[in-house]
Write a protein that binds this ligand. Structure first.
Ligand SMILES: Cc1cc2nc3c(=O)[nH]c(=O)nc-3n(C[C@H](O)[C@H](O)[C@H](O)COP(=O)(O)O)c2cc1C
Length: 194
């Protein structure tokens, strides 16, 4: 599985980056898996400025920076979007970045790791809905992490006490990544036949 972990916020001191490092570290333990952290902060995306919906524009002239972003997405065959909850939804930068996407995610599995006061639950639900338009295969499992800012250090290491919780974020992430891998293997094979 060629997995990308997308860091869905860009502000200084963001917690999402730490969370994404934790996700990437855990994903790297999966068999036959390469993991890449993709940071929206590395792409200077203007607010979508195209004259037509990108999916329906046969003469699309994509902004070069946006072109780099969607080409990066196209390289992977599975995705974990790590998102904060801002005002009961995802960040504006992540929504804008997804507005550039056309067919890069089609029939590839994707899931969400969210965080916020209620584990980013509302952002997770919004993001799953948004991603459905990309025709990604949104898998059933996701991770809602409350208290991430106190539980993960700058290197993405989870507090051992939290890690040991019976129904905590560690178990949720492990189960989610295993499910993502299952779908990725199944869908990679299916895509190769069509
Ligand atoms: C503009 C803004 C709006 C926020 N709105 C919510 C919210 O609606 N619900 C929530 O649980 N947390 C909310 N928070 C708290 C964030 O989830 C928390 O600060 C988180 O660390 C943000 O991710 P980041 O550090 O990667 O930016 C908000 C934070 C910001 C900056």
């Amino acid at each position: 599985m060629k997995l990308q972990v997308i860091i869905g916020s860009t502000r200084p001191n963001r917690v999402t980056e730490k969370l994404a490092k934790w996700v990437a570290g855990e994903a790297s333990l999966l068999a036959d898996t390469s993991v890449e952290l993709v940071d929206l902060a590395d792409y200077q995306l203007p607010f979508l400025d195209e004259p037509m919906s990108p999916r329906y524009n046969p003469d699309r002239q994509i902004n070069p920076e946006a072109g780099k972003w969607v080409s990066k997405l196209a390289e992977a065959d599975a995705y974990v979007f790590v998102t904060p909850e801002y005002n009961h939804s995802i960040s504006g930068v992540l929504k804008n970045a997804l507005d550039y996407v056309t067919f890069e995610l089609v029939k590839k599995p994707a899931t969400v790791v969210g965080h916020g006061t209620v584990g980013g639950a509302r952002a997770i639900m919004h993001l799953k809905e948004i991603l459905s338009e990309s025709q990604a295969a949104i898998i059933p499992k996701a991770v809602a992490f409350a208290g991430a800012s106190q539980s993960i250090d700058d290197n993405g290491v989870l507090d051992p006490v939290v890690k040991a919780e019976s129904y905590g974020p560690q178990g949720a992430l492990t189960a989610t990544l295993e499910e993502l891998k299952w779908y990725s293997d199944a869908l990679s094979e299916a895509r190769s036949k069509t």
